[in-house]
Design a protein around this ligand. Structure first.
Ligand code: NAP
Ligand code: MG
Length: 492
């Protein structure tokens, strides 16, 4: 089936052991264009036996001479080649992403594809820099014995990577690039809503020369395919990005199996505007923090705290921005915000807005409901002047919904910012260095931005405090996440 804006056929198979693969039972599920509600393709609905096949393939690849004995520099070259291929396929990959996920084509190119290229190149460099240490031992037993002791870092094994639908290609690359750099093999399950770019990524990895079975993509539903992958006994490490609810399920399973696990989960990130901040800068910054990628960002700045002296001006300004945003297809140059990823998600977001209103929030922006095809939600600003514990203040919406509270005192706002089960990101908007640093010190979050929000980089660790997850991605620390430490002790 070919699709509008695409000259090639849509990817419609899994990719296992270097081959396009259908589900053995022939079962499929549909994926949609969220801007039109049209069905795009039927994708394999993997069963437990399909997952078993993919994991066994991945295990065999892990143990094969070609991968195990491949010099690190050769792994680096493969990742660099994959980065080049992704870059050369920018238009195709971005088109697939916009078609299937709904995001703006410009962002798909600039952030999703170009970001993937950057991450692949950065992680390629780590392949040759995995290292251990040597040290002297203090216990001479039996007497007179000497020891030569060291550690080496060895690949963790077969990695199960499970990713969500908000940045389908980039999230896949955040998992596979470090895993492959470290010498692991991977079975990746994209979200059921957005599997197309992940499948294409695996095809490109094959073209780059990765041995068959080293990087596999399975498609299917979380409760079946995802769960079967997590509990497969040949999987050594699970890396997951998605909701806290599913993160808990996966964490429990991995605890039972004693598997290594990293969890990148939900957020309810505070944006704190101090009284010295230029209101225009605050409006632009806070609107960007919540409306970027239609609010479907784990670090979305969804709780806004503004110094009371400038609260009205800032909140009115953001409401004007929200009301002026042009909704439409991500392919249309005039569009400033695309649809929610699915009908189910649109209904969840609309339901949470309605609940916020019912609990006493004041909706300042236009009606969030949109009468047109596709899964659109109009950006929404909710004033919560009385700082009530609304559900929309506590729970992750994952949509373009901002709730705004005034504050009087820095200690109070710090308390409010931390009064959340989440701790993923936060931003502080001020030029007062002492106050900025006091907030940086006090905020319980994996990343605190000052005068910016949502900035990520392959060199900068990323992850959550509290219910926002366990572990950090990116940077040097990622090596520990995909390797085991092996101590070697030689008596002489
Ligand atoms: P989700 O259920 O957490 O899905 C994330 C990934 O996990 C998907 O690939 C999903 O597969 C898979 N999965 C689901 N249940 C699983 C299980 N029992 N075992 C193994 N894998 C499983 O997220 P969602 O349903 O797409 O979205 C629900 C809410 O999660 C959103 O409204 C949002 O609040 C939040 N969310 C957060 C993030 C984040 O980055 N923090 C990302 C996405 C969503 P399926 O796609 O087949 O379900
Ligand atoms: Mg789901």
């Amino acid at each position: 089936m070919s699709a509008p804006h695409l000259t090639t056929t849509l990817p419609q198979t899994m990719f296992i052991n270097g081959e396009k693969t259908r589900s053995a039972a022939g079962k499929t599920f549909p994926v949609f264009n969220p801007a039109t509600s049209e069905e795009l393709a039927q994708i394999p609905d993997a069963s437990e036996s399909d997952i078993d096949h993919a994991v066994r393939t991945s295990k065999a690849a892990f143990e094969s001479d070609t991968w195990r004995n491949m010099p690190p520099a050769a792994r680096e070259r493969l990742l660099l080649k994959l980065a080049d291929l992704v870059e050369q396929h920018t238009d195709e990959l971005a088109t697939l992403e916009t078609l299937n996920q709904g995001k703006l084509i410009g962002f798909a190119k600039m952030l999703e594809v170009s970001g993937s290229v950057q991450w692949l190149r950065y992680m390629a460099g780590w392949a040759t820099k995995v290292e251990g240490t040597t040290f002297d031992l203090s216990i001479p037993f039996p007497p007179g014995t000497r020891y030569n002791a060291s550690t080496r870092r060895v690949p963790a094994g077969v990695v199960a990577a499970i990713v969500p639908w908000n940045f389908p290609l980039l999230m896949a690359v955040w998992k596979i690039a470090p895993a492959l750099a470290c010498g692991c093999t991977v079975v990746l399950k994209p979200a059921e809503e957005t599997p197309l770019t992940a499948i294409r990524l695996a095809e490109l990895a094959h073209e780059a020369g990765f041995p068959p079975g080293v990087f596999n993509v399975v498609t299917g539903r979380g409760e079946t395919a995802g769960a079967a992958l997590v509990k497969h006994p040949l999987v050594n490490k699970v890396t997951f990005t998605g909701s806290t609810e599913v993160g808990r399920i996966i964490g429990r399973q991995c605890a039972d199996d004693l598997k290594r696990v990293s969890l990148e989960l939900g957020g309810k990130s505070p944006v704190i505007v101090l009284d010295d901040c230029d209101p225009r800068k605050a409006i632009e910054g806070a609107a960007g923090a919540i409306f970027f990628n239609h609010g479907q960002v784990c670090t979305a700045g969804s709780r806004l705290y503004v110094a009371r002296s400038i609260y009205d001006e800032v909140v009115q300004g953001i409401t004007a921005v929200a009301d002026s945003i042009a909704l439409g297809s991500g392919f249309d140059a005039a569009t400033q915000m695309g649809p929610m990823v699915s009908a189910r998600h649109r209904d969840k977001v609309l339901g949470m807005i309605a609940q916020g209103k019912q609990e006493g929030g004041e909706i300042l922006s236009r009606d969030a409901r949109v009468e047109r095809d596709g899964y659109f939600v109009r950006p929404t600003v909710i004033a919560n002047r009385a700082c009530k514990p609304l559900s929309v203040v506590r729970e992750e919406v994952f949509g373009p919904v901002l709730v705004a509270m005034p504050y009087d005192d820095l200690d109070d706002v710090l308390g409010e910012a931390n009064a959340s089960e989440y701790g993923l990101g936060a931003s502080v908007w001020t030029n007062q260095l002492d106050k900025a640093l006091r907030l940086v010190d006090g905020i319980e979050a994996g990343t605190v931005w000052v005068n910016t929000h949502n900035m990520v980089d392959p060199a900068m660790p990323f992850g959550g405090f509290k219910a926002s997850g366990i572990g950090r991605e990116h940077g040097k620390a990622i090596i520990d996440s995909y390797t085991e430490s092996k101590s070697v002790c030689i008596a002489y």
